[in-house]
Ligand binder design. Structure first.
Ligand code: ATP
Ligand code: MG
Length: 362
C-alpha cells in the first residue's frame, strides 16, 4: 500500500527572502545563522511518510517546528520548499478551493486548547464539522451522537460546554474530528493541557478508538512518554530539523545522537520495551525450557518480569510458528531497566544453565 502522507524535503521559513534562506540552509547554514538576519527557519528539510492506519508522532521541544510542520500537512501553511503528498495527490499544487475541499472532507484537526462554542450544546459542537460540510441536521446529529458515545460522552449531548470538565471538553473536540468521515487526523498537543490522569485516560481512549477506527493520525507532543505510548513511529525534531525517525524501541535503544539520548533518560523503559527488544538472540537449545510458560517477541516488559519471576530458568521467546527465537535471563531484564543512556550493554549473559548468577552493576 502506498503512503497516505509523504513529506519531501519540506522547508518553512518566516521572514524576508525565504527562498534565499532555503538556499543557505541547503548549503549547511543553521537556524541561528538565519536568525541573526531576522529570519526564522521553522522547518528545515523534513522528509517522512505516514502509512495508512498508523499513529505517527512528532516530538520536540517548544519552538522546534512541530506545529508549523503539521500546518503544512493540511495546506494551512504553504511550504517555502518541498512537497506534501496526500493519497498520491500533491497538496502543494492544489488551488485554494481544492485545498479547502480536501481539508473539509478528508482531514480533521484537533488542537491543544479546543475552543468549543459556549452557546451551543455539546451535540451541536460535536456536529460542527458536519454542519460546515452542509450535512443535513438529522444525519449530522446522528453521527455526532455516535462520535460522542465513542468518546465516552453518551448522555451529555444536551449539556453546555461549561458544564463539562476540561478533559470532557477535549473529548468533545475529538468527537468533532471523529464525526466527519475524515480519516486523517492531525492532533496538535491535543492532550497537553490535561492533568496527568485524564491525559492518560485520553491516550488509552485514543488507542482503543484507533483499534476499531484505524484512522491515520499525526500526533504532536513535547512529551516523549506520550510519544512512546501512542506512536507506531516517532519523529524527533530539534531546531526545525527531524533528527531521528523510528519506533519507540529504536529511539530508546538506538538514539541517533546525544540530543535524543538526553531525552530518553526520563522515559519509563519498562513501558516501552518488549521481549523482542531485550531477548538474547544467540540461544542454545538447552538454555531455555520451551515446554512451560513462554513469551512472544511482543510480550510487554512487565509481563516478562512476572513470567521471569515464576520460572526457575530464562524465559524462552517463541515466534508465531513456535520456533525459539531468543531467551531472556532474569539479569538481562534488570540490565535493560537500569541503563541510563540509550545503548544497552549486552549483559554478560551467563551461559550456564539457569542464568541466575547475579552480577552487581556499578
Ligand atoms: N507565523 C509565524 N511567523 C513567524 N515565525 C513563526 C510563525 N509561526 C511560527 N514561527 C516560528 O517558527 C518556530 C517554530 O514554531 P512552531 O510553532 O512550529 O513550534 P512548536 O514546535 O509547535 O512549538 P510549541 O511546542 O511551543 O507549540 C518558532 O521559532 C516560531 O517562533
Ligand atoms: Mg506548537
Amino acid at each position: 500500500m502506498s503512503a497516505r502522507l509523504e513529506a519531501e524535503h519540506l522547508y518553512k521559513v518566516f521572514g524576508r527572502r525565504p527562498d534565499e534562506a532555503v538556499d543557505r540552509l541547503r548549503g549547511g547554514a543553521d537556524r541561528e545563522e538565519l536568525r541573526a538576519d531576522g529570519t526564522t527557519a521553522a522547518v528545515i528539510d523534513a522528509s517522512f511518510t505516514v502509512e495508512p492506519g498508523e499513529i505517527f508522532v512528532v516530538m520536540g521541544l517548544s519552538g522546534s517546528g512541530k506545529s508549523t510542520l503539521l500546518r503544512m500537512l493540511n495546506g494551512l501553511l504553504e511550504p517555502t520548499a518541498g512537497t506534501v503528498g496526500f493519497d498520491g495527490q500533491d497538496l502543494t499544487a492544489l488551488s485554494d478551493r481544492e485545498l479547502r475541499e480536501v481539508r473539509a472532507k478528508k482531514i480533521s484537526m484537533v488542537f491543544q486548547h479546543f475552543a468549543l462554542f459556549p452557546h451551543r450544546s455539546v451535540l451541536e459542537n460535536a456536529a460542527y464539522g458536519l454542519a460546515v460540510q452542509g450535512v443535513p441536521r438529522a444525519e449530522r446529529e446522528r453521527r455526532a451522537t455516535e462520535a460522542l458515545a465513542l468518546c465516552g460522552l453518551a448522555g451529555w449531548e444536551k449539556s453546555w460546554p461549561d458544564e463539562l470538565s476540561g478533559g470532557m471538553q477535549q473529548r468533545v473536540g475529538l468527537a468533532r474530528a471523529l464525526a466527519t468521515d475524515a480519516d486523517l487526523l492531525l492532533m496538535d498537543e491535543s492532550f497537553s493541557a490535561l492533568d496527568p490522569l485524564i491525559r492518560r485516560d485520553m491516550q488509552d481512549q485514543l488507542l482503543e478508538l484507533q483499534r476499531s477506527l484505524k484512522k491515520t493520525i499525526v500526533f504532536i507532543t513535547h512529551d516523549l512518554n506520550e510519544a512512546m505510548r501512542l506512536g507506531d513511529r516517532i519523529a524527533v525534531m530539534r531546531d526545525g530539523r527531524i533528527v531521528q525517525t523510528g519506533s519507540a524501541e529504536d529511539i530508546l535503544l538506538r538514539p541517533a545522537n546525544d540530543y535524543v539520548a538526553s531525552f530518553i533518560q526520563d522515559v519509563d523503559r519498562s513501558r516501552v520495551l518488549t521481549a523482542g527488544a531485550v531477548m538474547d538472540r544467540e540461544v542454545r537449545g538447552d538454555e531455555a525450557d520451551c515446554a512451560c510458560e513462554t513469551a512472544t517477541p511482543d510480550t510487554p516488559f512487565h509481563d516478562l518480569c512476572a513470567l521471569s519471576a515464576r520460572l526457575p530458568h530464562p524465559v524462552a521467546v517463541l515466534d508465531a510458528e513456535r520456533e525459539l527465537v531468543g531467551v531472556v535471563p532474569r539479569q538481562r531484564l534488570v540490565g535493560f531497566l537500569g541503563e541510563e543512556t540509550g545503548t544497552p550493554q549486552p549483559c554478560d549473559s551467563p551461559r550456564d544453565k539457569g542464568g541466575e548468577k547475579v552480577t552487581a552493576r556499578a
